[in-house]
Design a protein around this ligand. Structure first.
Ligand code: LCS
Length: 394
């Protein structure tokens, strides 16, 4: 059994270890759909919840459980629920928290499908949502209603990298009888712990920094207490969007290098952001590590590092951006983020296309906005690639 007092770097290596009942140093992959009962009474006791144990992999599996324990530990939460994708994690929160007649206050800067899920499926189920600029806490306070059940934010927000004040928003949500869920995908638990700042629920797309190797789709919900865990587990058992043991194994392996990777993402991110900010063809850069970020001071209080994702716009607008995107060689023109490789994409036509122009522009996702996820390659190579691509812009 490991101590909760381990240093964060050691915790990345050892969190989740206590779930392993074998003598294997690494949690084995329990590639099984179901588990034997000792007897009918044992099976009945497991189903009734009178005894702890594994029944059926949709309801729990030791490989998944070890990965869940690792993320819950790193996020300073109580328990976690491994989901089949980040969107399955978002949907687990929505379906566990929301009923017909409930109201949601959601940041206008969130991953496109999160907003679209509220605007389509949950709207059909009688849930209403207001999308506000949560970088301004007063807008959150003004949007809260007696029926508000959930406040939902990303900080930094995808893709504009705007920050929201987690502590103040948690306070406002609680005063209104609502819960605060924070999507912490962009900074990972290495740089930010929303539960420690007062949030009630944390979600991640594991697909991104936590797994870190662009070879898994997964998500997770982290909660603070056993009662919430049981309620969420029951919803996830019924809706079925669980991660599978092999992907959970890969994610758990990725977690062991989370600290090393995040530090390198941030180091490269700082150098690339400074390079872009000084480049004559760049109009502006938004990255939490730059003093020019409008909420730099909030970032310094709220997280311990800037992560690896930035947004910028070129002076030549979208046509210049298009040349850049089509000219990169080592950096990949691809959606997603948080992997070891640098990825660059165009939110207006890709990750945030589902929003429609009006909603997109309200969220400041302009046609010229470019999002760059800086990987952990040699920083000189990333900058050389961007330099040659920028040189092609007339
Ligand atoms: N939350 C955030 C902040 C995300 O960026 C994403 C995916 C999700 C949730 C959903 O996670 P998934 O289901 O894909 O595991 N973001 C993506 C992006 O910006 N480009 O491609 C996917």
């Amino acid at each position: 059994m490991i101590s909760k007092e381990l240093n964060a770097q050691s915790m990345c290596i050892h969190a989740g270890e206590s779930i392993n009942e074998s003598r294997a140093v690494v949690q084995p992959i329990y590639q099984t759909s179901t588990f034997r009962f000792d007897s009918t009474s044992h099976g009945a006791a497991l189903f009734a919840g009178r005894q702890e144990g594994y029944i059926y992999t949709r309801m729990g599996n030791p490989t998944i459980r070890a990965m869940e324990e690792a993320v819950a530990t790193l996020e300073k939460g109580k328990r976690a629920l491994g989901c089949g994708s980040g969107m399955a994690a978002v949907n687990t929160v929505f379906s566990a928290e929301l009923s017909a007649g409930d109201h949601v206050v959601c940041s206008q800067v969130v991953y496109g499908p999160t907003m679209t899920l509220l605007n389509t499926v949950y709207k059909r189920f009688g849930v209403t949502a207001d999308f506000v600029d949560t970088s301004d806490t007063d807008q959150v306070i003004r949007a809260l209603k007696p029926t508000t059940r959930l406040v939902y934010i990303e900080s930094p927000g995808n893709p504009t990298i705007e920050l929201s004040d987690i502590q103040k928003i948690a306070h406002a949500a609680h005063n209104a009888g609502a819960v605060l869920a924070v999507d912490n995908t962009f900074l990972s638990p290495w740089f930010q712990n929303p539960l420690a700042l007062g949030a009630d629920i944390v979600i991640h797309s594991l697909t991104k920094f936590i797994n870190g190797h662009a070879d898994v789709i997964g998500g997770i919900v982290v909660v603070k207490d056993d009662e919430t865990y049981k309620r969420y587990r029951s919803v996830l058992n019924q809706t079925g969007g669980v991660i599978d043991p092999f992907n959970a194994f890969l994610v758990h392996r990725g977690i062991k290098t989370l600290g090393l990777r995040m530090e390198r993402h941030a180091q490269n991110g700082m150098a690339v952001a400074r390079f872009l900010e000084a480049h004559p063809k760049i109009d502006w850069v938004r990255y939490p590590g730059l003093k020019s970020h409008p909420q730099y001071e909030l970032g310094q209080r709220q997280h311990s590092g800037p992560g690896g994702v930035m947004a910028f716009e070129l002076k030549g607008g979208f046509s210049a951006g298009e040349t850049l995107l089509n000219s990169v060689e080592m950096c990949a023109l691809a959606v997603s983020l948080g992997g070891v490789e640098s990825l660059i994409q165009h939110p207006a036509s890709m990750t945030h296309a589902s929003l429609g122009k009006e909603q997109r522009l309200a969220a400041r996702v302009t046609d010229g906005l470019i999002r760059l996820s800086v990987g952990i390659e040699s920083c000189d190579d990333i900058i050389a690639d961007l330099t040659q691509a920028l040189d092609r812009i007339p």
